[in-house]
Design a protein around this ligand. Structure first.
Ligand code: URA
Ligand code: SF4
Length: 218
């Protein structure tokens, strides 16, 4: 690496700040949601339509955290409204959880994507982007104070529970965490949509089984 690049953070891809710089004076959900639209703490806002903040009542007992908005979410400005969201709705219903009692959000608030033909293909946010965005989620946790926190998929689980966390091994188990009195992780509904057709029903049943444990806690 040339000498002049040694302290150039852009060379490492860490061109990020922190979302906390964009916080409103009052940390209420409507003010936070509004402020997130002006966030420039990482580059993801540039190619996204809008920030997709969490949705649900402030008094929600359960909070679901996914990775980041997808194509539909980016357009509609609401979390989990696309294909993965529809599947999550169905799984919640099958598990006996009323989505209207849940707060649903993501680790990262802007859609990261790459064009493939006319489609926008989801790209996993990197750790600098997740770190930059984290204050929004921490604020949501501080305001909602859910009794049950559900991490959907490895990205959310590792961001919230540590890099060592393995969803494949530890899904459906209660995890000790300062984030909420009850914390649990399960697979991401997108993983079911991507799964081979032969395994899809079993994967879905596994998600519902994990969510039944959540239902029992609320
Ligand atoms: N996948 C996610 O992780 N979050 C959404 O909001 C939609 C799809
Ligand atoms: Fe801010 Fe998060 Fe959007 Fe990056 S992804 S600009 S940190 S809201």
């Amino acid at each position: 690496m040339p000498q002049e690049n040694l302290f150039d953070v852009s060379a490492t891809g860490d061109t990020t700040g922190t979302a906390a710089e964009f916080f409103p004076d009052d940390l209420t959900l409507p003010k936070l949601r509004d402020a997130a639209q002006r966030c420039r703490a990482c580059d993801l806002y540039e190619n996204a339509t809008q920030a997709v903040f969490g949705e649900g009542a402030q008094k929600s007992e359960v909070m679901f955290v996914g990775e980041q908005p997808g194509d539909q979410e980016d357009v509609q400005g609401r979390p989990f409204v696309g294909p993965a969201g529809k599947l999550l709705d169905k799984a919640m219903e099958d598990a006996g959880i009323d989505r209207s009692l849940a707060y649903v959000t993501n680790v990262v608030k802007h859609f990261k994507w790459q064009a493939r033909g006319k489609r926008r293909i989801h790209q996993k946010p990197n750790s600098a982007e997740m770190t930059a965005c984290r204050p929004w989620l921490d604020a949501e946790l501080a305001v909602v104070k859910p009794r049950v926190l559900v991490c959907l998929g490895a990205t959310a689980a590792q961001a919230l529970l540590g890099r060592e966390f393995r969803v494949t091994k530890q899904r459906g188990e209660l995890v000790e965490s300062p984030l909420a009195p009850n914390v649990i992780a399960t697979i991401h509904p997108s993983a079911i949509l991507r799964a081979d057709e032969a395994f899809r029903d079993a994967e879905y049943a596994g998600l519902v089984e994990d969510l039944r444990k959540v239902a029992a806690l609320i």
